[in-house]
Design a protein around this ligand. Structure first.
Ligand SMILES: Cc1cc2nc3c(=O)[nH]c(=O)nc-3n(C[C@H](O)[C@H](O)[C@H](O)COP(=O)(O)O)c2cc1C
Length: 205
């Protein structure tokens, strides 16, 4: 059976992360099942040069967010994991409260109840305590909270490098092999050679 991964794209800033996720997953054995919220579709128009239909064409299966009878609404439909990328505070709230008013939130709820991996690439700043509480609630239920916070020790040169680092962190958690960013140990060798004298991180890190 195909290894299925559910991708939810909600209307937070950074819908381009969702596009990159789909793009990279096409090079893997995973079968992609995509839900884009109405606000997510709007943000493609605002933030990118993609039409929602072009993004949907990158996935193997596409669902209407209003279709509560879709396969993804049931735990009997087997999937490996789900990633909401990016994840709004609204969708986070729906997930944390099991308020399953659309397919994206319902599919996330199913992922949690079936004890499968759920990654929430939550995006908002600054965060009030209500946001923080919702994240805690979701984490307590088993979600993996992975905000798109860049690191700089791998010395990103482009926006793509920064985006790929977050995608790589998601892949690490799900267990998908990748070469999307240089890891700490690898980077130190590449930058300073194999005869590094001190293990203490220097200015570069
Ligand atoms: C350009 C734009 C950027 C937005 N960025 C964020 C964001 O980063 N985080 C967030 O929680 N909401 C953001 N929003 C608001 C959400 O789109 C809005 O709350 C929406 O109702 C979320 O619905 P959804 O979770 O079903 O996609 C943004 C809206 C727009 C138009």
């Amino acid at each position: 059976m195909a290894k299925r991964i559910v991708i939810g794209i909600s209307g937070a800033s950074g819908v381009t992360y969702g596009v990159r996720m789909l793009e990279v997953l096409r090079e893997t054995e995973f079968e992609t099942h995509l839900i884009i919220s109405k606000a997510g579709k709007l943000n493609f128009e605002i933030e990118t040069s993609y039409k929602p239909a072009e993004v949907e064409a990158m996935a193997d299966f596409v669902y209407d967010n209003k279709d509560m009878a879709a396969s993804l609404a049931s735990g009997s439909f087997l999937t490996e994991a789900m990633v909401v990328i990016p994840c709004t505070m609204k969708s986070l709230s729906g997930i944390a409260n099991s308020y399953n008013e659309n397919l994206l939130v319902r599919a996330a709820d199913v992922t949690l109840k079936e004890k499968r991996k759920l990654v929430l690439v939550v995006r908002e700043t600054p965060l009030h305590v209500g946001h923080l509480r919702l994240m805690t609630m979701a984490a307590e239920m088993g979600a993996h909270l992975l905000p798109p916070v860049p690191s700089f020790y791998h010395q990103p040169k482009t926006l793509e490098d920064i985006i790929d680092q977050t995608i790589g962190k998601v892949f690490d958690y799900i267990g998908i092999e990748h070469d999307l960013f240089k890891r700490w140990g690898e980077q130190r060798k590449a930058l300073k050679g194999p005869h590094l004298k001190s293990e203490t991180p220097g200015l570069l890190f």
